[in-house]
Design a protein. Structure first.
Length: 369
């Protein structure tokens, strides 16, 4: 169902370790001004009181009553039951907190909580990257269409979500698509997030930089070194993003061998696409060895960078042809090129999460009806 013109209002929350940002969504667009409050993640009473205050202030400014509360919250959690577990950046929740049931009792509204990576993927599948790619294929005259999407977020952490034929895949333990825990390609004793996050880019840069910096640079500043807008170590900056690309590419390769899907990438680090994407694609389209040393393709499919015009053109054209049906005069369409496309968010990460939260809530309400 198309919810872009739906008049119902859903309250959302972007829960970060420092601040909570509350918004009201109608028709997949934000209405009014968001409300920002400190998270107080080390004090449960202050944190919960702040969450209640944020939603109360939203409702007070709305011309109509909302139909649901739906938002992203860090894991681990039992998302279907609204119970938040032991969080690293919000330590007050340790031991388990029934946040969803608390909000349901307080506001007398259905409450839906999901992982931000899940909602990012869901938003991009509904109104972003997935329809964008399928529209390009249609305009190119291709009969190829995609139904599944793996969404990746690169920022403070390394998150993911999976949408299968329009349905959000959560898993039996609310732990589906937890890509941050796959093995790190560069340091196999570590998990992937240690090489695919803000802290990873900073660590690599400062480990190799010959330039003396008074303070630890942000990934944005390391990006600006490569752009030539600020002074720094160009070699170390390039290595920082290339390392990111290797770790991300290897993790995605492991994932898409199972999902066989398009991949969309969001989060703040995705802005450095041109500096990490080549290394990422090299991993995806590289090789892996047999025990005797011979090489085979890493993937059964070929991966294309859809932010690159030449690769995008090859992806859209494929190898379309007509072949005859044996013992018949009939011809059928055949495209033997097995392929996936990888590209950047079309909605922006925050808006994609909000769209995902909005549609998820309305879909669950409509299903119950």
């Amino acid at each position: 169902m198309d919810y872009s013109n739906d008049k119902r209002v859903v309250l959302t929350l972007d829960a970060g370790g420092t601040n909570f940002v509350f918004s009201a969504i109608r028709g997949m667009e934000c209405i009014g001004q968001p409300i920002t409050l400190p998270s107080n993640g080390d004090n449960l009473d202050k944190c919960l009181s702040g969450i209640i205050e944020g939603f109360e202030r939203l409702i007070k400014n709305l011309p109509e009553q909302p139909v649901a509360i739906s938002f992203a919250f860090p894991g681990p959690a039992d998302y279907p039951n609204g119970v938040i577990g032991d969080l690293g950046n919000l330590p007050a929740f340790r031991g388990g907190v029934a946040l969803g049931p608390m909000l349901e009792e307080r506001f007398r509204l259905p409450v839906f909580i999901n992982n931000d990576g899940d909602l990012f993927a869901y938003g991009e599948a509904i109104a972003g990257f997935l329809p964008y790619v399928n529209q390009m294929l249609a305009e190119a005259g291709s009969q190829k269409r995609y139904r599944h999407l793996l969404g990746i977020t690169l920022g403070t952490g390394f998150g993911a979500g999976l949408v299968v034929d329009g349905n959000l895949f959560i898993g039996d333990n609310s732990a589906g698509a937890e890509i941050w825990l796959v093995r790190n390609a560069i340091d196999p004793d570590c998990f992937a997030e240690e090489g695919a996050s803000i802290r990873a880019v900073q660590r690599v840069y400062h480990s190799y930089s010959k330039h003396n910096h008074d303070i630890r640079l942000s990934p944005k500043e390391i990006f600006e070194i490569l752009e030539g807008t600020i002074e720094g170590d160009m070699v170390a900056a390039r290595l920082a993003f290339q390392t990111l690309g290797v770790v991300v590419g290897d993790a995605i390769a492991n994932a898409v061998t199972l999902t066989d899907s398009l991949v969309v990438i969001g989060g703040g680090l995705s802005n450095a696409w041109k500096y990490f994407a080549p290394a990422m694609l090299s991993q995806l389209n590289g090789t892996i060895a047999r025990t005797d040393g011979t090489k085979v393709d890493r993937l059964e499919v070929k991966a294309f960078d859809l932010e690159d015009a030449l690769q995008r053109g090859s992806f859209l054209s494929g190898q379309q042809k007509q072949i005859p049906v044996p013992y018949s005069n009939r011809m059928v369409h055949y495209d033997p090129m097995k392929r996936i496309g990888i590209g950047a968010s079309r909605l922006g990460t925050s808006h994609a999460v909000a769209v995902g939260a909005y549609v998820y809530a309305l879909g669950m309400i409509d299903k119950k009806r």
